[in-house]
Design a protein around this ligand. Structure first.
Ligand code: SF4
Ligand code: SF4
Length: 290
């Protein structure tokens, strides 16, 4: 089984659209949406839920008002301003960082730290194969941990069903979630767009991928919106030893397929962008198996 991770230096480059299009082409595969802060692969793949699981991560303070004397010590000590005092203390939603200071200094032992439900992760069936995805709770952090959880579950599923491919839609940027998504992957496909900022963000994420010694290639989405910058990206990638494995033209069929909630190739297989994705998939199979 080979694992392909799609990454981009920033959001909005078309990473999820291309993951959905590749999902249509690859046979015997499992898919994972590791962009847990803004998961949207399910909008294209229309999953039918098979399993829903809770994701518990971190702790938050809880005040037992029956024990609280209203002394205000916790409110004074909380540097995150996560407590307020009326007759008794109250923890403000989304503000507690779980540091435990209030609990330690409360003279009445009225504050405990309880585990926090931070989100949910799902296993679902789609017309194109199983999908593992997740939803992080509002204002929750620890998305790197949830990314690791989604990948682990997707890998187990792929191993169980002897899949040939694991396609992973990764988080944008170069932070903890992106790093977590790279663990153990065989190949990273970097999606960019033909702008100066796109090139800048591409080089940052490419540096990170090469730091972890993972093979990678680049796909320029909507390359024909600015051919000169696309040529520059191709040149810079060539100088850095990164192969340009795909160029996808701007195509209105892409936007329509997103609105209709279906992969591009299912919506308009004859569209120019669909032909470019087929070429991308051929190149990917060549570089990964070669
Ligand atoms: S420190 Fe303890 S007793 Fe004092 S206000 Fe806070 S919870 Fe209540
Ligand atoms: S655990 Fe820390 S952040 Fe949360 S309320 Fe207590 S002192 Fe504030």
């Amino acid at each position: 089984m080979k694992e392909i991770l799609l990454l981009s230096g920033k959001g909005g480059t078309g990473k999820t659209t291309i993951t959905g299009a590749l999902a249509f082409l690859a046979t015997n595969k499992v898919m994972a949406d590791c962009d847990v802060d803004a998961a949207d692969l399910h909008l294209i793949l229309s999953p039918r839920p098979r399993q829903e699981n809770e994701f518990w991560s971190g702790v938050e303070a809880e005040v037992d008002s029956a024990l609280c004397s209203g002394c205000g010590t916790c409110v004074e000590l909380c540097r995150f301003h996560a407590l307020e005092l009326a007759e008794t203390a109250r923890v403000l939603p989304f503000s507690c960082e779980g540091c435990g200071v209030c609990s330690y200094f409360c003279p009445e032992q009225a504050i405990t730290l309880r585990d926090k439900l931070s989100g949910h992760w799902f296993i679902a069936d789609t017309d194109y194969g199983p999908l593992v995805h997740a939803r992080l709770g509002i204002g929750e952090e620890n998305s790197g941990k949830l990314v690791s959880m989604v990948k682990r579950q997707a890998r187990e599923l792929a191993t169980d069903q002897q899949a040939d491919w694991l396609l992973v839609d990764g988080p944008p940027g170069i932070g903890c979630p992106a790093i977590a998504s790279m663990s153990g992957t065989d190949y990273v496909l970097l999606i960019t767009e033909p702008t100066r900022s796109g090139l800048h963000d591409l080089l940052r994420v490419a540096d990170l991928v090469r730091h972890f010694k993972i093979a990678c290639g680049v796909c320029v989405n909507k390359w024909d919106l600015h051919p000169a910058t696309s040529a520059l990206i191709s040149q810079v990638c060539g100088q850095g030893g990164i192969e340009l494995v795909g160029r996808i033209p701007f195509d209105e069929a892409v936007a329509v397929s997103i609105v209709r909630g279906m992969p591009l190739l299912a919506h308009r297989p004859e569209a120019p962008a669909s032909a470019a994705v087929r070429e991308l998939w051929r190149n990917l199979q060549r570089v990964i198996s070669g």
